[in-house]
Design a protein around this ligand. Sequence first.
Ligand code: AHR
Length: 502
Amino acid sequence: HKAALTIDPAFRIAPVDRRLFGSFVEHMGRCVYTGIYEPGHPAADADGFRTDVAALVRELGVTTVRYPGGNFVSGYRWEDGVGPKEHRPVRRDLAWHSTETNRFGLDEFVRWARGLDIEPMMAVNLGTRGVQEALDLHEYANHPGGTALSDRRAANGAPEPHAIAMWCLGNEMDGPWQTGHKTAREYGRLAAETARAMRMAEPGLELVACGSSGRSMPTFGAWEAEVLDECYDLVDFVSLHAYYEEHDGDLGSFLASATDMDRFIEEVVATADHVAAKRKSAKRIMLSFDEWNVWYLSRFQAEQAARPRQDWPVAPRIIEDRYSAADAVVVGDMLISLLRHADRVTAASQAQLVNVIAPIMTEPGGPAWRQTTFHPFARTAEAARGDVLRVEPVCPDYDTERHGTAPLVSATATRDPETGRVALFAVNRSTEEPVELEADVRALGGAHAARALTLAEDDVYAVNTAEHPDRVVPRENKSVRLEGGRLAAVLPPVSWTVVRLD
Ligand code: AHR
């Protein structure tokens, strides 16, 4: 197969918002406990933060982290997690049928995040709680001082405000599984009133209304329209969540997952702009794709159904998916989809960061290592700088069971106007054939050297483990050539590639 595209700095979509490389830490399974936080671990610092995990988080290039959930937030009392640890209550977590010890909370999270130059992104509980508790949390976190809650923060060791800019107004409120699940009208009203009150406290906050928890939700489309009807002028973002997995050995469909993500994004943009049109509003709502990943959700659901939970474990091993090379290719492709929509998707969080459907795995008391999916994320976060450029590959299509006809190759490019450096990201979705990719790069001028890294394995189901953490890594692609304004590279089947033109 062949694919052709053109890279031209004139075809600019939007700047790469660094918030696209966000992640997500939920009080779920072992994401917090024995993930980022494990006092007593040989690599733990004085705060109990695992420095081996922190080093991997830095290498991953994560820019923002959403916290503390997820489904967890919809039953969470933030004040349980602040103050002296010995006074913090132990609670049931209904979302994950776990016991929450509250040894880690808001102050620890912000300290951990700021220590890694990560922007904290906070979610408020609009499941079992409402306007007052959101205001209290905001006062504790962001008020400078001289009030009951801001002084409590100072007494708890954080005299400076946490200065959290971005706030999620609840989580997946459209989902019947959500504690305090609501109709679109109920949630839209509550989001509006919470946003109005929070803006009275701090007008410049950036607020995210819950969109649908998936494109296949029965209320998708109507939900966004009704919610935004209620809160359009009061919020900045609407959220999107999407998880993909390979069903019944249908690798071809799975590899086309990012086409579903493309449609999802474009439909949410259309819906938000429809609300703008009705309101005669010049304002545009941006998209926060604040949960996305590969997740073998059907496996998890089958396990849950087979084993009704009797107990309330602390930090159990839940959804610790081991990712394959094929999963990494799909993750790389989803990042391409996000970048291609950089004019409207200006924030995103891969779900989640450690252990729970995560690029980083740990063993309690043991090592931390990179899953296969770590690599496309880290390489994209590192190389995607400056502006996203529109590249439209001309290539064959293929038919899929789940996502209709899909292009065999997906691609996007970025160019840093300051350095002139360009990165091209490309995925070959073919399960059988390599693709000869050819790019017309004459518009970039001559002074470039090309090098390429490709993630591809003969065994597309190969995984990284604690014993073999580097079984699947991107390797140099020696086929890359740059000559006379023509860039050429061979993309193996089921592969993700980054070509850098420096
Ligand atoms: O990331 C795992 C879960 O997926 C989150 O808690 C929830 O928001 C979503 O359904």
